[in-house]
Design a protein around this ligand. Structure first.
Ligand code: TPP
Length: 364
């Protein structure tokens, strides 16, 4: 319905809610009121959890963090996956992991440097996050191909950024997906920067979505600050993938309000004026305006949910910090099925060294 109706090479994009929160003429919200309200609440919780992570990093209680501020509507895309669909995320997806049901405490724990944060409960169809830019779409395609061969009616969803779209691996993934018609949904969150590199220097193509046609499947450009458009695109792409109609590419056009990560200083490469010009497009403001216009939301609701977000983040931080650190020998443990002799020797040396430093007590 939406794929094919908009031509991304002409810059045409799907928008259902305009920046003032009004339904664009000719469109339907596509979701029941109660669901939209619930999704808005989740966006608010996501924003509070994201803020809390930034604050923790500034307090030295968490390592590097990649914020989702401004990209909340894109991140809510994972709410439309069914339990058997797989989510294959990059490092930017804390919000999408949260929407998929990964506990906040696990997300914090990971960013605190504990890999156990990415070890999910059995049956959670989520890959650990990928730091190598552009590597994970290949994994999603392999996964989708396996599901297709096993006649499973499920999709694998790959998340990546505009910068990643220039990686050879992303080209290979999309090409393979097209040839083998795998049930893969590619989500490119175009937040307009790859660290400091602006989108216009990333590709001379008008859009990233238009590339899909060269791989032989449909692509759609979506207003990524419009949750209703994200929802409509996701639902259609996932259904098409699950029903055997092949891969889909959705480019979600958004804007990163925060730094690339906590180690970045965006004032070095963009002006305050540019940032301020994007602030009115905040995905939360837009959805809130819509809900308020329908009398489905008021200031009391807003205050309540923001409080709840703080409390939930606090509780998750408490749980993450209360967990005893992982054994330091973990770093020797997981690369090989059988530990090679040289690694075993390194581990022994390391344990002996730790023991000498801590007065004879080993932390293995
Ligand atoms: C293969 C590889 N090259 C470079 C990096 C360093 N790096 C980390 S994030 C990033 C920018 C990625 O930008 P984009 O794909 O647009 O995603 P965003 O961070 O904006 O969500 C780079 C170059 C890396 N992690 N992996």
């Amino acid at each position: 319905m939406y794929f094919g109706r908009f031509d991304p090479s002409k810059g045409e994009s799907l928008q259902i809610l305009d920046p003032q929160g009004r339904i664009v003429k000719g469109f339907e919200p596509g979701l029941p009121d109660a669901r939209i309200r619930e999704l808005y609440e989740r966006l608010c919780l996501m924003r509070q959890a994201d803020r809390a992570a930034m604050n923790l990093q500034r307090e030295g209680r968490l390592g590097t963090y990649a914020p989702v501020y401004g990209q909340e509507a894109c991140q809510a895309s994972s709410a439309f996956l069914e339990s058997s669909d797989w989510m294959v995320p990059s490092y930017r997806e804390s919000g999408a992991l949260f929407m998929r049901g990964v506990p906040l405490s696990s997300i914090y724990r990971y960013w605190m440097g504990d890999e156990r944060g990415m070890s999910f409960a059995e049956g959670t169809c989520v890959f650990p996050i990928q730091i190598v830019v552009g590597a994970q779409p290949l994994h999603a395609v392999g996964l989708a191909w396996a599901m297709k061969l096993q006649a499973e009616k499920a999709a694998a969803v790959a998340y990546f950024g505009d910068g990643a779209s220039s990686e050879g691996a992303v080209h290979e993934a999309m090409n393979f997906a097209g040839v083998f018609q795998t049930p893969t949904v590619f989500i490119c969150q175009n937040n307009q920067f790859a660290i400091s590199l602006p989108r216009r220097q990333q590709t001379a193509a008008a859009t990233i979505a238009q590339r899909a046609s060269s791989y032989g499947f449909p692509g759609l450009l979506v207003d990524g600050n419009d949750l209703l458009a994200v929802a409509a695109a996701m639902q259609e792409a996932l259904t098409d993938a699950r029903e055997g109609r092949g891969p889909r590419l959705i480019e979600m056009l958004t804007y990163r309000f925060g730094p690339h990560t906590t180690s970045d200083d965006p004032t070095k490469y963009r002006t305050d004026a540019e940032l301020e010009a994007h602030k009115p497009l905040d995905p939360l403001l837009r959805l809130r305006a819509y809900l308020q216009s329908k009398k489905l939301w008021n200031d009391t609701d807003e205050a309540r949910i923001m409080e709840k977000g703080l409390a939930e983040a606090d509780e998750a931080i408490h749980q993450a910090e209360a967990m005893a650190p992982a054994p330091v020998t973990d770093i020797f443990a997981y690369t090989y099925r059988r530990q090679p002799p040289y690694l075993k020797r390194q581990q022994e040396d390391f344990l002996a060294f730790s023991a000498s430093k801590s007065g004879g007590e080993s932390h293995g």
